[in-house]
Design a protein around this ligand. Sequence first.
Ligand code: ATP
Ligand code: ZN
Ligand code: MG
Length: 329
Amino acid sequence: MSEYKPSVDEAQPLDTAAALAEVLDRVAARTFRDDLIDAGLLIPTGVDGLYGRSEVFENVVEAINRLVTQRGADQGAEVMRFPPAMNRADFEDSEYLKSFPNLAGTVHSFCGGEREHHRLLKCLEDGEDWMDNQKPTRVVLTPAACYPCYPVVAKRGPLPPEGRTIDVFSYCFRHEPSLDPARMQMFRMREYVRMGTPDQIVQFRAMWIERGKALIETLGLPHSIELANDPFFGRGGKIVADSQRAQELKFELLIPIESEEKPTACLSFNYHMDHFGEIWKFYTADGAVAHTGCVGFGMERTTLALFGNHGLDVENWPASVREALWGKQ
Ligand code: ATP
Ligand code: ZN
Ligand code: MG
């Protein structure tokens, strides 16, 4: 957006307009990040994509979270809160590693004895690699807020005829370090997860596309809905991504944050078909494999969209936006 114009001396000789746009985007992203940090909204840790958040930032996150709760209050959703980690066996079963091995985060811990401990300390002292005795634990970091809930619900047996709706909220980890403040390594996702028949999932998704648009409109943010695909890994990834698009399994609500041309995905609306139902063997009331879908709200991205579009000072946001977030003041 106009506030974040790069300085002229950072311009490079360029062949095409696309390359120019990309460089401008990159520089703009850096500037927006710097502004967020200077304003104290994000607290840098020295690692790209890993930030602390200020009180003001968190107040916005909490307000958005409340709006999502209000919009979803009629669903009879069951609230489940998991820590930002999950059972490694469930994670392996989920087939996440087939699609996104590059994004996954595993948790390792020191598993040596006295001697190995001495060696570890010596390595640290000498500035050498100390990871020899760090062994994988039974825990991995949660890649998407909905992942831990499928195996848990599956263990309860067949779904009731009306299916189930689960409300989850979690920090998620993805190894995608970036200077773009909207691409973090740890960020929060609020989700509603729907489990049931194909019709129930398709209807849920259509409803949430409308509800998502309405919510974002009350926040005074420009937006569009687009067909999307996940960034599947490797040579086979393109084929899977094409098929995901052909079947219209993923839509995103995009909001321009730093660039009008390349808006950022802030909400996503996903239909997994019977992927999780097959893996965890859960069934509908009439014995068919359950289908699942979810709507995910990117809490940091939606918050950043507000700061990007309405400015860094919440006191100066439009009255209607402040009222939507915090009520009449
Ligand atoms: P992208 O295509 O931008 O990587 P995604 O398709 O990986 O996004 P989803 O997997 O659908 O995103 O995740 C749901 C929501 O979580 C996204 O719509 C977004 O708001 C948020 N999200 C995803 N990745 C990140 C990230 N690295 N940093 C901050 N928020 C994220
Ligand atoms: Zn999900
Ligand atoms: Mg992604």
